[in-house]
Design a protein around this ligand. Structure first.
Ligand SMILES: [Fe+2]
Ligand SMILES: [Fe+2]
Length: 357
């Protein structure tokens, strides 16, 4: 028997214990279960950090022969090029940002943003950027990668909102720099492999102010500085550091806020695996759309959802089907065609989309 992190589990491993949700209200998988891609996703979904498994594992012949949607995408030359460029850009960005934060070198936003634009130009439109990002999810969740993701998402959202080219550039730059203050937070807190204590959380919450201090005297667009300071503010006043409301939050900070939450929810975190985009959209819908700028959030969610129209998905009851109709009032709950029957998720509150396959 050995203890294995959920992110390191592979199909065919056998559970040596019953696994429950954190509050023990749900039995996620019983002892003796042979793990599959599906059940590993389920463990990640319930934020299970690690499980006990047997030393022996069954042959992999029970795995699905069909490659999943993201496996197929990852095999394309276009994706492989994107991945290579993305990883190179993340490294470069890391060096440049460290020069600014730790060695007081001047910040050259123009040269930082160029690789991000190259990435955008290479993919055929915003939907493609989202597909690529979702398939990169398993690789890394460091602050640097998160910043590039947020920059890419900001650029898509700005385009969907039909902002001018100049404003789109500002939103993209703001996305790239929004978490610059996190580089001054102790690494052991940022990458702690568990939920943060209250004290640690308060330390993390200082990053917008610390980031603002780093860039406040630089000759860059004021909206970028505002976005660094205000990207955790929420339109209903529930955010931080000031708890200000919609009328006082910079519009660029409102765009970054959406891109930031979306990326944080759909990326793998040290304490849980990546979440399906529909889970993220559902979280936005449940958490309260009033926290976000109405035009920005509606534009964002409807475009993201439309990216997945006609994709195959798996529901939490194991049924697989195709998204055939998006309900504009319940974006996370489209209608699925499974074989010859239709499942309207808006009418089935117990069901949800667990994964895109
Ligand atoms: Fe942040
Ligand atoms: Fe962030």
């Amino acid at each position: 028997m050995k203890r294995v992190k959920t992110i390191d589990l592979t199909p065919g491993m056998i559970l040596s214990e019953d696994v429950y949700s954190y509050d023990r209200s749900v039995m996620i998988l019983p002892k003796g279960s042979v793990l599959s891609d599906k059940s590993i996703t389920r463990l990640a979904f319930y934020s299970v950090l690690h499980v006990l498994v047997e030393d022996e594992q069954v042959g992999l012949n029970q795995q699905h022969a069909e490659p999943s949607y993201s496996e197929r995408l990852r095999a394309t030359p276009e994706f492989q090029k994107f991945q290579k460029e993305f990883e190179g850009d993340a490294e470069q960005f890391k060096d440049k940002i460290n020069d600014v934060v730790k060695h007081n070198k001047p910040l050259d936003v123009e040269s930082m943003i160029t690789p991000v634009y190259t990435l955008i130009d290479q993919s055929s439109g915003p939907s493609n950027v989202f597909d690529m990002l979702h398939s990169l999810r398993q690789y890394d969740d460091a602050t640097y990668v998160h910043c590039i993701n947020v920059a890419l998402i900001c650029s898509c959202l700005a385009k969907w909102m039909r902002l001018s080219e100049a404003d789109t550039l500002v939103a993209t730059q703001a996305g790239l720099l929004h978490d610059i203050g996190k580089l001054l937070i102790p690494g052991e807190i940022i990458s702690k492999p568990a939920k943060l204590t209250e004290d640690e959380y308060h330390i993390v919450q200082t990053h917008p102010r610390q980031g603002y201090e780093i860039i406040k005297d630089l000759s860059i667009d004021t909206r970028i500085k505002n976005a660094v300071l205000m990207h955790h503010e929420r339109c209903d006043g529930s955010g931080y550091p000031f708890g200000i409301t919609a009328d006082r939050i910079d519009p660029v900070a409102k765009i970054v806020a959406i891109a930031d939450v979306y990326d944080a929810t759909t990326s793998a975190r040290v304490y849980r695996g990546p979440q399906c985009p529909f889970v993220a959209i559902g979280l936005f819908e449940n958490e309260g759309l009033q926290k976000y700028d109405t035009r920005a959030i509606m534009t964002f969610l409807s475009n993201v959802v439309n990216t997945y129209l006609l994709n195959r998905v798996r529901l939490n009851n194991g049924i697989e089907g195709e998204i055939v109709f998006i309900n504009p009032d319940r974006l996370a709950r489209p209608t699925i065609k499974a074989g010859s029957s239709y499942v309207d998720l808006a009418q089935n509150p117990d069901l949800y989309i667990e994964a895109i396959i």
